[in-house]
Design a protein around this ligand. Structure first.
Ligand SMILES: [Zn+2]
Length: 157
């Protein structure tokens, strides 16, 4: 279940993952990150093979900004209600560098991703670059959030 694939370069990942990272990279130009100078793009591969992208959107009132992953997920749920998700990829870039920067999904996004996974009742893969600049393909959102807090847990109460 928790079989992470970790490789040194993006080229070592499967074609589908590579293409989705490239989509996330292409959308970086739409990030709004005047405060952090750190642009993040997320790309979702849906069950109908469409790709939905999102970027981080910051605000002068810092906490009300939103991560790229959640921008993309909420857009997907609004545009394609009931649609399943196969894979989520993240790409990030510091304003001062040309190459991609490591960016793993934050805890809040992992929590949201987990609930999307539970809503569709099947896992989706997550591709991102870790702090060692390696590319990680996680088998599920659940694998990124052990001992998680879920709606199911609340129902069991
Ligand atoms: Zn996040």
């Amino acid at each position: 279940m928790n079989d992470f694939i970790i490789v040194n370069t993006l080229d070592e990942l499967d074609e589908e993952s590579k293409q989705l990272v490239r989509k996330a990279q292409e959308t970086l130009q739409h990030a709004y990150a005047p405060y952090s100078k750190f642009s993040v793009g997320a790309a979702l591969l849906l069950d109908n093979d469409e790709v939905i992208t999102g970027t981080n959107q910051e605000n002068a009132a810092y906490p009300v900004g939103m991560c790229a992953e959640r921008v993309a997920l909420f857009a997907m749920a609004s545009r394609y209600p009931g649609m399943g998700l196969k894979k989520l990829a993240v790409a990030a870039r510091n304003e001062y560098t040309l190459s991609l920067s490591p960016a793993t999904c934050c805890g809040s996004c992992r929590q949201v991703m987990l609930e999307f996974e539970q809503r569709q009742n099947k896992a989706f893969e997550v591709v991102m670059q870790n702090l060692d600049h390696k590319w990680v393909k996680a088998p599920s959102a659940e694998s990124l959030l052990p001992f998680s807090f879920t709606k199911l847990g609340m129902e069991r109460g």
